[in-house]
Design a protein around this ligand. Structure first.
Ligand code: 5GP
Ligand code: MN
Length: 330
């Protein structure tokens, strides 16, 4: 059942032939980054390899409870000697926010459309529901048993990157892999409680404040949410606490897309977008120099907030129109 991408075989050979590894992922890592990195780290350590996991930013707080997460090094550069760097989940190397990774043999494992192919070996599968699915294949191809830590991280990667099995790209294989992780000892109830139900009160208050200020476009299909530092302070939460917030407007039947503006500083905003079905929000993000998937994407932009909201609304409306057009053409 394991797919036999030629790149996977080359990665297995490259790993077998080397000893010291650095594993990195994108800045502001999510569940798929952390799960993919640590599943690979435990598998490589099982083979007797020396592994350092390095990220630019800490993992989201709820993930700290999972094995190995608190030992991830947080740094903006890697020093010391290593034989290969494995980069997970990054369309380009700059997404890591970590310098020095390109000093050695580079293994690029990713499922984001538009990966730039920056590695010595590039294994890229945009059909994978999570990078964690690819790491599962890697673990199998390395002949490493699905130890509880590895199984847990593969499951966390898939659970979080599919938005708890909400997004596209989920295949029968996704469930085959999850079944194997359960057989290896993963308790999905405990994992879900740890990932989703271990927040602090400030986060809930922050959700309340942001959702109270939410705007809906005249068509009733697009939700616009906004957060700045003052709002976060007043609610007793932080920007890290907004993880998952963007998905809530989509729970309203009529809402087809959400755009979330988070002020970084002055007129610089981090933009996250989500959509349902065939509405290609990834293409919208790309127009603004960002990227992502069809239903989940982001970018960083500058400008006055009113003008930015207007232009994003126009682009998202066009993406919804395009989807309607495609539907009618079928
Ligand atoms: P989020 O909204 O959670 O930050 O990101 C959603 C998805 O879009 C993730 O899969 C993430 O990797 C991708 N993404 C978010 N921001 C950017 C960006 O600035 N550039 C690129 N290439 N992808 C992004
Ligand atoms: Mn991912």
């Amino acid at each position: 059942m394991t797919p036999s991408a030629p790149e996977l075989g080359r990665i297995v050979d490259a790993i077998r032939a080397r000893h010291r590894f650095v594993i990195s992922s994108h800045a502001r890592p999510d569940g798929d980054s952390i799960g993919s990195q640590l599943a690979a780290a435990y598998a490589l350590r099982y083979l007797g390899k020396s592994v350092t996991v390095v990220n630019a930013d800490p993992a989201p707080a709820p993930l700290m409870q999972f094995p190995g997460v608190s030992e991830i090094r947080i740094a903006d550069s890697v020093d010391g000697e290593f034989d290969a760097a494995i980069i997970m989940e990054c369309g380009d190397l700059a997404r890591t926010g970590v310098s020095g990774l390109d000093r050695s043999f580079l293994i690029n494992i990713d499922h984001h459309p538009g990966n730039s192919g920056y590695g010595t070996i590039n294994w890229f599968n945009p059909a994978a529901a999570a990078c964690g699915e690819m790491v599962f294949d890697l673990v199998r191809a390395l002949g490493v048993p699905l130890e509880p830590e590895i199984a847990t991280h593969v499951y966390v990667a898939i659970l979080t990157d599919t938005g708890s099995f909400h997004y596209s790209n989920i295949t029968p294989r996704t469930f085959d892999i999850c079944r194997e992780t359960l057989e290896a000892g993963v308790d999905p109830v405990t994992v879900a409680r740890n990932v989703y139900d271990s927040n602090h009160m400030g986060r809930l208050k922050l959700f309340g404040a942001v959702l109270s200020a939410m705007q809906i476009d005249p068509s009733g299909q697009i939700a616009i949410v906004y957060l700045d530092h003052d709002m976060a302070r007043a609610a007793g939460g932080t920007y890290e606490d907004t993880e998952g917030l963007i998905n809530l407007p989509l729970t309203v039947k009529e809402i087809q897309a959400v755009v979330f503006f988070k002020q970084i500083e002055g007129e610089e905003y981090r933009v996250s977008m989500r959509s349902k079905g065939d509405i290609d929000i990834g293409a919208v993000a790309k127009e603004f120099g960002g990227g992502g998937h069809k239903n989940a994407a982001g970018c960083t932009v500058r400008g006055g907030i009113d003008a930015l909201q207007k232009v994003f609304l126009e682009k998202i409306e066009a993406a919804i129109e395009l989807q309607h057009g495609r539907k009618q053409a079928v």
